[in-house]
Design a protein around this ligand. Structure first.
Ligand code: SF4
Length: 295
């Protein structure tokens, strides 16, 4: 039977003396009738596709059809090569990999929606950057990705993961919670720390609206991936030091859902409010329509 809450998940892990990723692969095996090895192979394929997207994004400066985005990853790489980040190599890689993936998405390249296309850079950037810098083997990266999947799945049982339903908190916010959980798993944290990391990430992003300029998944979506990749690391670091979310994660997920319901429709992927209605956004919109009508 599907696990519907984090309370159930934690109890199941404790009762069976298993990790979240072990429970995740067993659940998936039951659901699909494939053996666990096949499930893990599929997750590995997703991981490799994520790495390909990062690789492709790192070497391209091709702009999107709007012409607004596509070269920010390149700017980061060149910037950090002359002035290393205050936060070090892992920060440089997370931000660059998140932009690389999100920019591949706007070029219609192959990405893994994780949990959505708009938030596709967050989980891969954290897993791959930390794995590279800390020399974490692929098998542990797969464990991390399975853990992230379980976090996303339980949240999606309660809330539809779409900006149009609950704002960007349900896309980039959830992706950040998934990435935080994956990171704690990869660094050897326990079940409580993993769930707590997800809770901290989610709690501190509640209320994030979805207001893409001209309805394109470009502004503010692309750069948001870099910010929320770093947000995930903050949550993981705090959780692994024993800092706990006073509000349990199941209540945070309920709050995310209610906050989404309270959010004005203008701020839920309609592009009728927020950043999408700023003076600059309206100018960009006019220019874009002019270019289109000239084609
Ligand atoms: S702002 Fe909206 S479209 Fe952009 S990533 Fe967030 S939820 Fe998706």
């Amino acid at each position: 039977m599907a696990i519907l809450s984090f309370f159930e998940l934690e109890k199941k892990c404790l009762d069976a003396n298993k990790t979240i990723y072990e429970i995740a692969q067993e659940e998936e095996s039951l659901l699909s009738s494939d053996i666990v090895d096949v499930i893990r192979l599929r997750v590995l394929e997703d991981l490799l596709a994520m790495k390909d997207a990062i690789k492709n994004g790192l070497t391209s400066q091709e702009k999107s059809i709007s012409g607004w985005c596509g070269d920010d990853c390149y700017k980061l790489i060149t910037g950090f090569s002359s002035r290393p980040s205050l936060f070090g190599k892992i920060f440089e890689k997370i931000t660059a990999y998140a932009l690389a993936t999100a920019e591949e998405n706007l070029r219609m390249g192959r990405i893994v929606a994780c949990p959505t296309a708009g938030s596709c850079g967050i989980v891969p950037s954290v897993i791959v950057a930390v794995a590279e810098e800390r020399k974490i083997p692929e098998v542990q990266q797969v464990n991390g990705l399975l853990t992230a999947g379980m976090i996303g799945l339980i949240i999606s049982n309660k809330v539809q993961l779409a900006g149009a339903v609950a704002g960007c908190q349900a896309e980039c916010g959830v992706a950040s919670a998934m990435a935080a959980a994956a990171l704690v798993q990869m660094l050897g944290g326990n079940t409580g720390e993993i769930i707590n990391a997800a809770a901290l990430a989610l709690k501190n992003i509640l209320g994030l609206t979805c207001d893409p300029v001209c309805g394109l998944v470009e502004v503010p979506c692309i750069k948001r991936n870099a910010f929320l990749g770093v947000h995930a690391v903050t949550a993981a670091e705090l959780a692994m030091c024993g800092v706990e979310s006073k509000i349990p994660i199941d209540e945070i997920v309920d709050t995310l859902k209610i906050t989404g319901q309270l959010m004005s429709p203008l701020l839920k992927e309609t592009s009728l409010g927020g950043l999408a209605k700023t003076e600059t956004a309206l100018t960009l919109e006019k220019k874009l329509h002019k270019t289109k009508s000239n084609i």
